[in-house]
Design a protein around this ligand. Structure first.
Ligand SMILES: C[S@@+](CC[C@H](N)C(=O)[O-])C[C@H]1O[C@@H](n2cnc3c(N)ncnc32)[C@H](O)[C@@H]1O
Length: 262
């Protein structure tokens, strides 16, 4: 798995990036909203029960997945987690709040986990986690036998245009669908996995960069943009990827449903 985990992410920078984008995130993260809806649908399609006892969702952000799950499934207890403490506001806006719902801020890698979870869910977050196999093993250890995992991350073509142009905005753990079995511990079986790229189009490089900023997804980027820099970036982007005057940006979501078999 070495090449999957090239570096430890700077969690301070990621937190700052998502915190800054939190207000605009919900409105602008259209791809993540679609992913969350699809992931909840896949969980239902795979025969998950209508009622869970204890659910953990990590990287909940503004609640795209939380809302989709609570629309389809009932749960007695819900633990929400995000690196950004302000994501706790989500709890106030939930429509179908479970009897026991709480939020814990901080990296999920250090979160005290309840025993006997029957669902661990997370959308568009695992790509930020460098020690993914270790986290998956720990999560699986806290799942009940027969418990469910509903996860989405991004594959290696995520923002392929930016990567080709030398951007340092990449998250540390992009994984294609076929790489997931090696990341999950023994005793966890993948029931369904999908990888389907989605392209957004922007009129200008500035609009594209604004989108990245508003959705917080460029958490690792270190570049400050001078006017000259922006012009050079736009010319290079158009020359290499421009289509009908537009600039495409590829998202490469990978969604999976798995179950603990022991
Ligand atoms: C792209 S957002 C996804 C939010 C939401 N799940 C959705 O589908 O819209 C990624 C979220 O993961 C959080 N995050 C990143 N690294 C994390 C970590 N190590 N532990 C917990 N949350 C993390 C970020 O703060 C951010 O809110």
């Amino acid at each position: 798995m070495k090449d999957v985990l090239p570096q430890d992410p700077d969690q301070g920078r990621i937190r700052q990036s998502f915190r800054r984008g939190l207000e605009s995130y919900h409105r602008n993260a259209s791809v993540q909203a679609q992913i969350a809806a699809r992931l909840a649908q896949m969980l239902q399609d795979q025969g998950a029960p209508g009622q869970f006892r204890a659910v953990l969702e990590f990287g909940c952000g503004t609640g795209h997945l939380t809302g989709e799950l609570l629309q389809r499934f009932e749960t007695d207890s819900l633990l929400l987690n995000d690196l950004v403490p302000e994501a706790a506001l989500l709890l106030k806006n939930l429509r179908h709040t479970p009897a026991q719902a709480r939020f814990e801020a901080g990296p999920v890698e250090g979160l005290a986990l309840p025993q006997d979870l029957d669902l661990v869910a997370s959308a568009s977050t695992v790509q930020w986690i460098a020690g993914l196999p270790a986290l998956m093993a720990r999560l699986a250890a806290h799942l009940k036998p027969g418990g469910w995992l509903a996860l989405s991350g991004f594959g290696r073509s995520q923002f392929r245009e930016l990567a080709a142009l030398g951007s340092d905005a990449a998250a540390p753990a992009y994984l294609d669908a076929e790489e997931w079995p090696a990341v999950l511990p023994d005793g966890v079986e993948i029931l369904a996995i999908e990888q389907q790229p989605v392209e957004l189009e922007f009129e200008t490089a500035l609009a594209l960069l604004k989108h990245l900023r508003q959705t917080g997804v460029n958490g690792q980027a270190r570049q400050n943009w001078s006017r000259r820099c922006l012009q050079d970036f736009e010319s290079a982007y158009r020359a290499r990827f421009g289509r009908d005057g537009k600039l495409p940006l590829t998202y490469d979501p990978v969604l999976l449903i798995a179950r603990k078999t022991w």
